[in-house]
Write a protein that binds this ligand. Structure first.
Ligand SMILES: *[C@@H]1O[C@H](CO)[C@@H](O)[C@H](O)[C@H]1NC(C)=O
Ligand SMILES: *[C@@H]1O[C@H](CO)[C@@H](O)[C@H](O)[C@H]1NC(C)=O
Length: 240
């Protein structure tokens, strides 16, 4: 048994898969949850500086219409999903693969059911169940939603469906009024991800590659410290 562990550790080492340290937060949120997916292009709710209770006091960074240029402090939360809004989701706040069983990403979440801004910017390690068992997605909570249930993670994945807000992707990218693919659920195949703007295509394909196209897998979850890679993308850190 020890030998098997040693050999598999050695193999992992030889394959050079990165294995970052993940630090659970004692007394943090944990339990079983469900996932859905979305990408509505809007400024996320955690961009509202009024509601941020994080150590560094910063809201989630949003972007101007190009999805790349950071919004200014004055209009960081002025959502492009509202008439006259100018702030959109930054195209780099999408999931990325860390190793063959771990990815980092972003999610809307609710732990109470409904809008739940108290948890903005915390990080949660999601361990998939069922077909994706053995894979994990560590997400930073960047958004919430009136349509979310208790312990629901609405994963931020371009081409995942615009959901209740239809104005964002059409005004930012000229997407169809109900978004790319279905309004709820988005595109159906990896090829359809090529309809999206180039900056969003990799984030769309993540669903078909790392997540193997498995729709809305159940998870168990545990709050963890936010990795610096995610904080670098949002500017927003762990809770107080
Ligand atoms: C990926 O990283 C996680 C966290 O360090 C680790 O638990 C897991 O074993 C790694 N996966 C592989 C295939 O090396
Ligand atoms: C954001 O606000 C600043 C300051 O009020 C303004 O000058 C700028 O034009 C606004 N940006 C956009 C994209 O509207």
């Amino acid at each position: 048994m020890k030998l098997i562990i040693l050999v598999s550790a050695l193999l992992a080492y030889c394959h050079g898969e990165p294995s970052p340290t993940i630090i659970p937060i004692e007394g943090g949120v944990q339990g079983d949850g469900v996932t859905t997916r979305y990408w509505d292009c809007c400024a996320t709710s955690c961009a509202w500086d009024k509601i941020i209770h994080t150590k560094n006091g910063q809201p989630v960074q949003t972007c101007q219409k190009d999805g790349r240029t950071p919004s200014t402090k004055e209009n960081n939360s002025q959502s492009g999903c509202e008439v006259d809004g100018v702030a959109y989701s930054c195209s780099n706040q999408v999931a990325r693969v860390i190793n063959s069983t771990l990815a980092y990403g972003f999610s809307a979440a609710s732990f109470t059911g409904g809008v739940d801004t108290a948890q903005c910017c915390m990080c949660v390690l999601l361990s998939f169940k069922g077909q994706l068992a053995g894979k994990q997605l560590l997400v930073q909570v960047t958004n919430t939603g009136s349509d979310l249930g208790k312990n629901q993670f609405d994963l931020a994945m371009p081409g995942g469906g615009v959901g209740i807000f239809t104005l964002g992707c059409s005004s930012q990218w000229g997407a169809p009024e109900t978004g790319w693919g279905d309004r709820y659920g988005g595109v159906h195949t990896e090829e359809e991800c090529n309809q999206l703007p180039e900056d969003l295509q990799e984030g769309c394909k993540f669903r078909f590659r790392f997540m193997e196209g498995v729709p809305n897998p159940d998870v168990s979850f545990q709050q963890v410290q936010c990795p610096s890679e995610l904080v670098a993308l949002t500017g927003c850190g762990d809770l107080d």
